[in-house]
Design a protein around this ligand. Sequence first.
Ligand code: TYD
Length: 194
Amino acid sequence: MLIDLEGIDGCGKSTQTKLLQKKLEELGETTVILKEPTNEPHGQKLWDVLHGKRKATNEEILGFFLLDRKQHVDEKIQPALDNGTVVLMDRYYYSSMAYQVAGGLDVDYVRNKHDFAPTPDIVLIFDLPVSTALERVRGHSEADEFEKEEHLEKVRTAYLNLKVDPIVRIIDATRNPKEIFDEVWNLVSEVRNG
Ligand code: TYD
């Protein structure tokens, strides 16, 4: 089983990923949390771009994510699935279908570049207003803030546009972690029980 947890920065997906792992392990599942971008060389290059240390066009950025993701699928994701491990993705190609689409690329174009990547059984998108998310991740310089907010609004819209995809579930992430997790668990249980 492959579960993808998604959302804008500050949406609380990391907390929910850990809660989900704990619950699945209690039920005797073997699980792994895998995060993208990775710490491998392609992923490292991406961190430089994301932190403004290296300039790149949207197309180049997508190219870096594709290289990083191909390696991740080959070396970690597919082997884990072959083992019967439940794979919890803290970001996967649905992040590219939100962030790189917000950057200007076409969503079908981005999706079609991922035919090498196993399709998730379910994609959970943790949705909340950008202002709430930013309050949670404060600590950035104020000058960056406006640009960041505008960009994240586009990312949020791109995520919400994915709701037409039958494997996508949009979750209201403004609630407390316990309430959110109850919904996460209901949704994952539906998929687990077939
Ligand atoms: P994130 O998981 O937010 O890292 P952290 O919280 O540890 O800093 O991911 C880093 C950024 O990468 C995030 O802003 C989203 C972006 N990203 C993309 O633009 N496209 C992608 O395909 C992925 C996986 C991430």
